[in-house]
Design a protein around this ligand. Structure first.
Ligand code: SF4
Length: 322
């Protein structure tokens, strides 16, 4: 058999990341004990996997090689990645494949609604690849998915984790017309590291997106996330927190960056659980309504439970203000 014919884009780094082929190898470092997770084996994990395949849906859990997949899928909590599995950007930390994406699937909004209905989710997280090839960056498609979910599962709360919509005038208006319950956009790292870690993105574009969405839809919870261990300093992380609070962002997640393949950015440091506690304390002191800061924190990790806490924190704050 021709070996090329059995290569799989999901698992073959050379096929997933052709644009990274010429980068030097960064050997993968051994993880400390506090990062180890069990291999996924549960029945619910396999059922979730089969359903996503049957409905032709991608998940960021698989595409980003998330370490929490065993735990999350065992609870039938998955983050659905809409608009395909191929991204138009090539961030140095991200395991999602880069290339020319396929056209949008018009059946996707309905298929997402079926998947969410089958999993009987109280809270769903949807994300997407960057679609710089589309005039609106995919904003209208996000709106269609939100509308399909509101119609089919009105009791389910919706969280979306979006691209930055850089150079897509009008995208914010489209997004604001069908708002989710939680609008998440990750800054990912400190501004000094953008040229190497997020070269296709701009720190202030991302910050501005969060600020403008909150201005348009004050009832929406805004959320952002940072990876640490990429070479940032504690002072730089504190400055990003201040910038996010100035943009009225409610919820901050901070987790350890993990290097997916030797072609990705190297880990500068495994941040200790104690340092994460310190970041959590610092963020709460700066006034975020909710903070999750642990080595395995990811944007969508425990998102349903965190949404309940977020809503309770806002209610408590409003009660004090009355
Ligand atoms: S943390 Fe998020 S991306 Fe990772 S497995 Fe859980 S739901 Fe998926």
């Amino acid at each position: 058999m021709n070996s090329i014919s059995v290569r799989d884009k999901r698992t073959d780094p050379a096929l997933r990341h052709p644009e990274k082929r010429n980068r030097p190898d960064n050997p993968i470092q051994r993880k400390p004990d506090w990062i180890r997770v069990k291999a996924p084996t549960s029945k619910a994990y396999h059922e979730t996997r089969k359903m996503m395949r049957d409905l032709n849906l991608a998940t960021v859990c698989e595409e980003a090689a998330c370490p929490n997949i065993g735990e999350c899928w065992a609870k039938k909590h998955a983050t659905i990645m809409i608009m395909g599995d191929t991204c138009t950007r090539a961030c140095a930390f991200c395991n999602v494949a880069t290339g020319v994406p396929k056209p949008l699937d018009p059946k996707e909004p309905a298929n997402v609604a079926v998947a969410v209905g089958s999993m009987a989710l109280e809270h769903v997280v949807l994300t997407s690849v960057d679609r710089d090839d589309l005039d609106d960056g995919g904003a209208d498609h996000f709106g269609q998915v939100v509308r399909a979910l509101r119609a089919s599962a009105p009791a389910t709360t919706i969280e979306i984790l979006t691209p930055d919509f850089k150079d897509k005038p009008g995208a914010i208006d489209i997004m604001a017309a069908d708002p989710p319950d939680v609008f998440n956009h990750n800054l990912e790292t400190v501004p000094r590291l953008y040229p190497t870690i997020r070269p296709g993105s701009r720190y202030f574009t991302s910050l501005d997106l969060l600020r403008r969405i909150k201005e348009r839809v004050p009832s929406v919870f805004t959320k952002s996330g940072l990876m640490v261990g990429l070479g940032e300093t504690r002072e730089e992380v504190g400055q990003v927190m201040d910038d996010l609070r100035a943009a009225d962002v409610d919820f901050l997640t901070i987790g350890q960056y993990l290097q997916p393949t030797p072609k990705h950015a190297r880990i500068d440091k495994f941040v200790s659980p104690k340092e994460f506690e310190g970041y959590g304390k610092m963020a709460r002191g700066k006034g975020f309504l909710h903070v999750s800061a642990t080595p395995l924190t990811r944007s969508s990790y425990h998102a349903g439970d965190d949404f309940v806490k977020l809503r309770a924190a806002r209610e408590a704050k409003l009660a004090v203000a009355d």
